[in-house]
Design a protein around this ligand. Structure first.
Ligand code: CUA
Length: 341
């Protein structure tokens, strides 16, 4: 046996083993790919997934038949040393008709469901049961408004399971693209017209989303979470958000934080009341209970929040939030204050 072949074979063996290992490790986790479009968890995503599988089916069929025929012909009709010159031919109408008709048919099998699905994605769901949400893209965070509930929030979109959500999206600055892989497809957003997207989450859970259009320095850190909840939990959330802006329990450190919130100018950009949108910086009502801060970039821990307040330009260079010369003690007081909201 050829030396090179042996080496290649052991390399292929090692590669196979490694692949198997990765598959085993990965599938042992509950949902190792929360941002995979291949695990649809909502009606919109399922529709797109079905189209993908249809296309994949036809592509696989064509690949297997064509490559199979090619390999068969290569071996069956391979030349031997004393073969005579084969018969010379030119053109075959029948064969040409067949190889035009079959691909045309296959393309039709793909094109019809594709066009149908594209049109369906643009049908905006209407009716009383539909929850309307306005999405506003900012460099580099997401604003969500529920016009019927009078609520505004940022980077965390709570929705009830089993209820259709209709999004109307615009941007405040440059182009962004709204993408929740497991629930809905990706759609660009513009500042001179609105685009739409809709979805219905089939099961409760956290679904990460991401800006999918390069929009500047921190494009990669422009993420968000969709939190699909049972309808009771969603109502609780709405009630809590509607109550923000009211009085909060006073403690010495939180009082200091409250003063700093005004003195340092935080209040100039951030509302702490979900019923009062401001539109400059993210609305901070409910910040104490969010999973992440800085648009999905850091977990919402006290240490991270303090770091973010103290050094926004270190955490996300180029972000609108300026360095305000906050000391560590001041940052902790601000954290204590924000935790009450
Ligand atoms: Cu916004 Cu990329």
């Amino acid at each position: 046996m050829d030396h090179r072949f042996k080496r290649w074979r052991s390399f292929a063996g090692a590669l196979l083993l490694l692949t198997l290992l990765v598959v085993v490790v990965v599938s042992a986790q509950s949902d190792p790919f929360p941002q995979s479009t291949l695990r649809p968890k909502g009606d919109f995503a399922l529709m797109v997934d079905k189209l993908f599988r249809t296309t994949l089916f036809w592509a696989t069929l064509v690949f297997v038949l064509v490559e199979g025929a090619l390999v068969f012909v290569i071996f069956k009709f391979r030349g031997k040393p004393d073969d005579p010159e084969p018969k010379q031919v030119h053109g075959n109408t029948m064969v040409e008709v067949i190889w035009t008709a079959i691909p045309a048919l296959v393309l039709a099998m793909i094109a019809v469901p594709t066009v149908r699905t594209i049109f369906r994605t643009y049908e905006i769901p209407k009716g009383d049961g539909v929850l309307r949400v306005e999405v506003i893209g900012h460099q580099w965070w997401w604003e969500f408004r529920y016009p019927e509930l009078g609520l505004t929030t940022a980077n965390e979109l709570h929705v009830p399971v089993g209820r259709t959500v209709a999004l109307k999206m615009v941007t405040q600055d440059v182009l962004h693209s709204f993408w929740i892989p497991q629930l809905a497809a990706k759609r660009d957003i513009f500042n001179n017209r609105s685009t739409t997207l809709w979805f219905k989450a089939a099961e409760a859970g956290d679904y990460p989303g991401q800006c999918a259009e390069f929009c500047g320095l921190e494009h990669g850190r422009m993420a968000f979470q969709v939190i699909a909840q049972a309808s009771d939990d969603f109502d609780l959330y709405v009630g809590r958000m509607q109550a923000t802006g009211g009085p909060v329990a006073a403690t010495a450190v939180a009082d200091t934080g409250a003063q700093l919130f005004m003195m340092k100018g935080c209040i100039g950009c951030h509302s702490l009341d979900a019923t009062k949108p401001m539109g400059i910086g993210p609305n901070l009502a409910g910040i104490g209970r969010r999973r992440y801060i800085a648009a999905g970039w850091l977990e919402d821990t006290d240490a991270n929040l303090a770091k973010w307040i103290q050094h926004p330009q270190g955490v996300k260079p180029g972000v609108m939030m300026p360095e305000l010369g906050v000391t560590e003690a001041e940052a902790l007081a601000l954290v204590a204050f924000l935790r009450q909201h």
